[in-house]
Design a binder for this molecule. Structure first.
Ligand SMILES: [Zn+2]
Length: 273
């Protein structure tokens, strides 16, 4: 059994190396310089499986970051969005999202995006559940954070997946998975609840690539509990544009004027005294 696995791994390594040789010879001349830079930035890896399917599909002139490098990077950071600081983020990256399992079987109750009511971005989606419902891992991966955030996520879990994504599960009533535990897609990791900044039981679910929040609905069809496609193409510029989306700054200017006015009023009243 172990021998068969070893043989399969070496065969996969051979296939991967053949694929990358082909990819190099197929590159147009104008891309050569760029590609050389990319190769220079790559670290040698003996573990072909860690490359992931995304690595094989990326034959274009994109920055290549292999998932084994991602996997160990800043592993013990308690930061959700800053754990990849220092690594170059590719402009475009194909992510293998086959093997997805819906974390809960609830409907989407609040989308990803700017919430005018709270004046901030909602960097995930909210999925309906009842307190105590099972929350399962969306993909295979290793649990990076299990923690409590009183004013935000409540009890939450962050999993770094083999495909390069990280997912965040917030407002849990109880965490089941342990830090550093390897979990399979569909495996129980927590129970649903309403801890942290939450007004009722739901799962706050985030999908991130190298710390950058991706709208989970771009990857997942939440009505049917499946992914839209087998490969999701992460686009850094597109994500950053979405994340920086804010309404016109009119509101801010008004509040500034108000502050100035009240400040002068306060000064005035002080003088009177
Ligand atoms: Zn939420």
């Amino acid at each position: 059994m172990l021998l068969a696995k070893k043989i399969a791994t070496s065969l996969f390594a051979i296939v991967v190396s053949i694929c990358s040789v082909q990819a190099q010879t197929q590159l147009p001349i104008q891309h050569t310089n760029q590609h050389n830079t990319l190769i220079a930035n790559q670290k040698p890896t003996g573990n072909a499986a860690a490359l992931g399917m995304g690595g094989m599909r990326n034959t274009g002139p994109k920055i290549q970051i292999d998932n084994s490098e991602l996997f160990n990077y800043n592993w013990d950071s308690q930061s959700v969005n800053g754990a990849y600081a220092g690594l170059p983020i590719p402009a475009v990256k194909d992510i293998d999202v086959t093997g997805y399992v819906a974390p809960v079987r609830g409907r989407l109750t609040s989308p990803f995006g700017y919430r005018a009511r709270f004046g901030r971005m909602h960097k995930g989606v909210d999925l309906n559940l009842r307190t105590g419902d099972s929350i399962v891992a969306a993909f295979d991966g290793r649990v990076r954070i299990t923690s409590f955030d009183r004013g935000g996520y409540g009890y939450y879990v962050v999993i770094r997946h083999d495909n390069g994504l990280e997912t965040v599960y917030g407002h849990c009533s109880r965490i089941i998975a342990k830090k550093d535990q390897y979990v399979r897609a569909g495996q129980l990791i927590a129970l649903g609840g309403s801890t942290g900044r939450s007004t009722g039981p739901h799962l706050h679910f985030e999908t991130r690539y190298m710390g950058i929040a991706i709208n989970p609905a771009d990857i997942i069809d939440f009505d049917n509990y499946v992914t839209h496609r087998d490969v999701f193409t992460f686009n850094k510029a597109q994500c950053e544009k979405t994340l920086s989306a804010r309404p016109a700054k009119k509101h801010k200017a008004t509040s500034k004027r108000k502050t100035k006015k009240s400040a002068s009023k306060r000064r005035g009243s002080k003088k009177k005294k």
